[in-house]
Design a protein around this ligand. Structure first.
Ligand code: SIN
Length: 313
């Protein structure tokens, strides 16, 4: 039995969402048609593709490959350019859900210019993507703490809506600590953790080859197999930033139980990538039903009831 009275609403940095699920930037959110379809779907918010100053075709194809348990991609930020997204966002408001503009760039100034331009149309939230692993010759900014701090300080000055950061996975508590204190210093309002696990390599043994073309086959790993890494990052930042910074858990969500695990670790909401690409937007309906069932079975009445309640042994 699916209990509709279970409250799946949440807030991100004070912005209300009726349902705690949305697309991850990159998943079905590049074009106007895709963004409108997200508006009509059960997603609690619309997240744009990470945008750059100029439109980009992205990396050569094949650049996405799915396999049992996950996916690898090296899309290379194909997007319409921030002037186009700035024009599209006001019309997306008719869907009555928050709009999250995702900002990227090829250099520091791109981020500042993009954030300033998008700020003029006041998306509900702005997500600064410091973690694209797929730009040849451009290291992930989230792994360079000094560069990340400098960039975020500049962007913070031009952004007046709640501002978040999309981070790469960290694998050492020392790195979580450095990043957490940096985020507190810059007064970031929310986090999306994690982006894909960068620079992985999937091999096709039959063909004796890589499976995607860019970067010699190296790309970002997504899908169910990265869930433990995502949960660890949600939990680590939840503990370090508890109460001050909203966390959006991203990584490995296929079922309602996966969402529940992210909530237990401290996430207020989740973003879904590979599963949306593979299954389509109806995945939101399925996962929402499953999440209601899990919460009902566990005796929780709302997202808030179970958030952060992970027990340690
Ligand atoms: C891409 O477009 O290459 C993926 C974006 C990202 O991982 O941030």
């Amino acid at each position: 039995m699916n209990d509709q009275s279970i409250d799946l609403s949440t807030t991100i940095a004070g912005v209300p969402l009726t349902v705690c699920m949305m697309n991850a930037s990159g998943a079905r959110c590049v074009t106007q048609e895709e963004l409108e379809a997200l508006g009509r779907s059960r997603a609690g918010a619309i997240v744009t593709k990470s945008m750059t100053p100029q439109p980009r075709e992205g990396n050569p194809e094949p650049r996405y490959y799915s396999f049992a348990g996950g996916s690898i991609n090296s899309m290379g930020l194909p997007n319409l350019g921030y002037p186009t997204y700035a024009r599209l966002i006001p019309a997306l408001r008719r869907f009555g859900k928050p709009i999250i503009a995702s900002i990227a760039g090829l250099c520091e100034q791109d981020f500042v210019d993009g954030a300033r331009a998008l700020n003029t149309v006041q998306p509900d939230l702005m997500e600064i993507n410091l973690s694209c692993p797929n730009l040849p010759g451009k290291p992930q900014i989230g792994y360079d703490f000094q560069a990340a701090q400098r960039l975020l300080r500049k962007v913070r000055e031009v952004v007046t809506v709640p501002m978040g950061v999309k981070l790469p996975p960290y694998f050492d508590p020392a790195h979580h600590e450095v990043m957490a204190s940096l985020l507190a210093e810059v007064e970031v309002d929310f986090l999306s953790v994690i982006n894909s696990v960068g620079n992985a390599l999937v091999v096709n043994p039959e063909a004796e080859s890589v499976v995607i073309k860019p970067k010699g086959g190296f790309g970002g790993l997504g899908g169910h197999l990265i869930k433990p890494v995502a949960l660890a990052n949600v939990r680590a930042f939840w503990k370090l930033l508890h109460g001050r910074v909203t966390i959006i858990g991203t990584g490995g969500i296929v079922t309602g139980t996966d969402v529940f695990e992210h909530l237990l670790c401290g996430a207020s909401a989740v973003q879904i990538g590979t599963t949306l690409v593979e299954e389509g937007l109806q995945a939101f309906d399925r996962i929402e039903t499953e999440l209601r069932e899990v919460l009902q079975k566990k005796g929780y009445r709302s997202v808030h009831d179970c958030q952060g309640k992970l027990r340690e042994l």
